[in-house]
Design a protein around this ligand. Structure first.
Ligand code: N2P
Length: 389
């Protein structure tokens, strides 16, 4: 508000000055008092209340990003996390979530955009939007026409990971399957791996697409019969699944699970952690011949957000090349920020389980989403599976 007033005042001064130039009369004897007014401080637009409420996935932000933003702009960030898209969705549908930025997966956000749960972003307030890769943005445009609502956060894929030594031991001489999904979906393997621990992400809209794909159905099927088939398959391995969690880095690194459905970056973080602490076991994200599930997570501003200018400022800050590079270097998740590429470490850039090669990319299950109608069936199938009945 204040800034607007200043800008208007400055324009008035400029106009007045221009007007004077064209007048043939002599300059007034006394200088106009406005001439002494101090210049408006240049700075980005912010809300009067210096607060920003962010709702993100767990383990999905670099260590100093929030503190750096707070320090630079004097805006206090309240940062909460959610376990899956369903939890975020429930908050948004209930309304008055209090959040100014949330991080939905693009495919899931489609119905939220259609349902008017997000407000359009103002790209003129995000100069660093220019850092984004146009090809990447065209992918998101498939669910968010003209990229009106979603600004990329990071991307990766949901896949199977293993603790190599523990899995080999538990399989007791049995060869590894060609399709890594067999480890967690086929009782022949899961019954053996049960002893060292199988973990699943607690994320219905990620477990069901991979399960549907595994039983030969479209991963984003809208047919309840397909869900029945996937549910039956899942039920057969239910007794072998030790834990459901969206924060499994410590469980993997600490040896509580030896085979898991996890997120590419998290599995790599766990692998790094074991190496750093001198552990003997190797944690490996597998690139299943049966495909991984790609996800593109994005920032969006809920329709009833209270700190919209601060939200734009945070988006712009996040899109700085250095912050994009840190997301890949520290968290093992690439970002869609083209300008960041030059600062990404070679060991990260060359890690084919972070930046996939063309063959593995071609095998990925592309991003997609479910309608509101089928989401009920999806949730029922998932909950029945989790309960084991
Ligand atoms: C990383 C969270 C990844 C979110 N811990 C996948 N949509």
């Amino acid at each position: 508000m204040k800034k607007h007033v200043l800008v208007l005042a400055m324009s008035a001064i400029l106009l007045a000055a221009c007007g004077k130039k064209e007048e043939p009369v002599a300059a007034p004897a006394e200088p106009a008092p406005v001439a002494a007014a101090p210049a408006a401080p240049a700075g980005p637009a912010m809300d009067e209340e210096k607060v920003l409420n962010v709702y993100n996935w767990p383990d999905y932000i670099t260590e100093t990003l929030v503190a750096d933003f707070e320090k630079e702009y004097g805006i206090k960030v309240n940062y909460d996390t959610f376990e899956n898209n369903e939890a975020l969705h429930a908050k948004l549908v209930a309304g008055n979530s209090g959040y100014d930025i949330v991080i939905p997966t693009a495919g899931f956000a489609k119905k939220q955009i259609e349902g008017g749960l997000y407000q359009p972003i103002d790209k003129s307030k995000i100069p660093n939007y220019a850092n984004l890769d146009p090809d990447f943005m065209s992918k998101i445009a498939g669910v968010d026409p003209e990229n009106k609502h979603l600004v990329p956060w990071a991307w990766g894929f949901t896949t199977v990971g293993i603790n190599k030594q523990k899995v080999e031991k538990a399989l007791g001489g049995m060869a590894m399957p060609e399709n890594a999904w067999d480890l967690v979906f086929d009782p022949k393997y899961s019954s053996k791996l049960k002893s060292c621990g199988i973990a699943y992400l607690d994320s219905p809209s990620e477990i069901l697409p991979v399960a549907l794909h595994y039983v030969g159905k479209p991963p984003y099927s809208e047919n309840p019969e397909d869900f029945k088939a996937a549910g039956e398959m899942l039920m057969k391995v239910r007794k072998d699944v030790r834990l459901f969690s969206s924060t499994m880095i410590d469980d993997i690194a600490g040896g509580k699970a030896c085979a898991f459905i996890g997120w590419s970056g998290d599995i790599n973080i766990a692998a790094d952690r074991v190496k750093e602490t001198g552990g003997k076991d190797e944690i490996v994200p597998l690139l299943p011949t049966g495909g991984g599930l790609v996800f593109i997570d994005t920032m969006a501003i809920p329709k009833d957000a209270k700190h919209v200018l601060n939200a734009h400022l945070f988006m712009d800050f996040y899109l700085r090349a250095a912050n994009g590079a840190a997301m890949a270097n520290e968290m093992n998740y690439p970002t869609g920020n083209k300008a960041a590429l030059a600062d990404i470490k070679d060991e990260v850039k060359n890690n084919k389980t972070i930046f996939l090669g063309p063959e593995d990319t071609a095998r990925l299950i592309p991003t997609g989403g479910f309608s509101n109608e089928i989401s009920g069936v999806l949730n029922d199938t998932y909950n029945a599976f989790k309960r084991g009945k």
